[in-house]
Write a protein that binds this ligand. Structure first.
Ligand code: ADP
Ligand code: MG
Length: 320
């Protein structure tokens, strides 16, 4: 199979067709229409084999995950996802693998009503780069810089499951099969908080998606907003799977510092707190308040049951 045969077989004519796409796959560029009074939100994320995923990840999960992590960035800005471009570098053409991988992509793309409008296909070590584009009303995007003294800090769901899945595998932890299955599911098939992001728009004061770990991602908000925070580790929501670990320190390490869960972290003023909680509940999202923004020279204070708790090593950083 040649490059263009691959594109025809796995991409052209598959997935949804949006009315705002004038020209999709097949020309040198795609042509799309951005609605009036809206801004285009653009993001790119790359997954590299051996760095971001194991070689034996189910291909359907990989297809899902690479799109999910990009849609999560759009969600964190309050943007509505619209279009995707896919940069695909493959060591070889394995029809069975590609079938499952592109099924995973098209499934999630369809679910969120986004159209794959183009890409590039090359040979080399397995690497997938997605560029996601979304739409947000002028001036309404959520940024990292709007958190203010007194704002409450929330997360949209339980943290640490993806870390549990990865570490259980790496370290050979013995975990009850039902818990392992649930943790793997969250790592393989993360659900970007797309609806929540749009509910937060115009109400939350800042937002970020949790890709590198709660504390690492929170520190971006603190830095860019010029504020500090108090976080209550015991309030951070965790799943039954993570709670099955009997080591408290390890559990907190995974929940606070691991990442890969793709929940949203956001701040909201005291005035809007209850309204926003109720609105998110309507969308099936149960946000949990884990702390508060304070004016303390940009410091992050971590408490566990109201006692000072040492900051775990934060976040995943390349080239560190
Ligand atoms: P060019 O050489 O002009 O860049 P290509 O031959 O690379 O064009 O691609 C042909 C068409 O197929 C283009 O519209 C491109 O966007 C699309 N395409 C290529 N690879 C992919 C891919 N992995 N996923 C989706 N569309 C793709
Ligand atoms: Mg090309």
């Amino acid at each position: 199979m040649k490059e263009f045969e691959l594109i025809n077989r796995y991409f052209t004519g598959r997935g949804i067709s949006r009315r705002d796409v004038d020209l999709g796959i097949g020309d040198d560029c795609a042509l799309v229409n951005v609605p009036e009074n809206c801004q285009l939100a653009i993001t790119t994320d790359t997954l590299v084999e051996g760095v971001h995923f194991f070689a034996d990840i189910p291909p359907r999960a990989l297809g899902h995950r690479v799109i999910a992590v990009n849609l999560s960035d759009l969600a964190a800005m309050g943007a509505e996802p619209a279009w995707l471009s896919i940069g695909l570098t493959l060591p070889n053409i394995d029809a069975q693998w590609l079938e499952a991988f592109t099924d995973g992509m098209h499934e999630i793309a369809e679910y969120y009503n986004v159209q794959i409008i183009g890409g590039d296909t090359t040979q080399g070590p397995l690497t997938i780069t997605v560029c996601a584009k979304g739409i947000v009303p002028n001036g309404k995007a959520l940024t990292r810089s709007g958190a203010r003294n007194g704002d409450w800090i929330y997360v949209t769901g339980p943290l640490g499951d993806a870390g549990l899945a990865i570490e259980a595998r790496k370290q050979g932890w013995s975990i009850a099969p039902v818990h392992l299955k649930n943790a793997n599911e969250r790592f393989f098939y993360p659900s970007p908080r797309v609806a929540a992001g749009q509910v937060l728009r115009g109400v939350a004061t800042s937002a970020i998606d949790i890709s590198d770990g709660l504390l690492a991602d929170l520190s971006h908000i603190l830095k860019q907003s010029g504020v500090g925070a108090v976080i209550h580790a015991d309030k951070v929501p965790t799943s039954a799977a993570l709670n099955s670990l009997d080591n408290d320190e390890l559990r907190l390490q995974l929940a606070l510092a691991y990442g890969d869960d793709y929940e949203l972290l956001f701040t909201v003023s005291d005035d809007n707190k209850n309204m926003l909680e109720a609105k998110l509940n309507q969308y099936g999202v149960e946000p949990v308040c884990i702390g508060q923004i304070v004016n303390n020279d940009g410091r992050l204070e971590l408490l566990n049951n109201n006692q000072p708790w040492p900051l775990p090593e934060v976040g995943f950083e390349h080239f560190s």
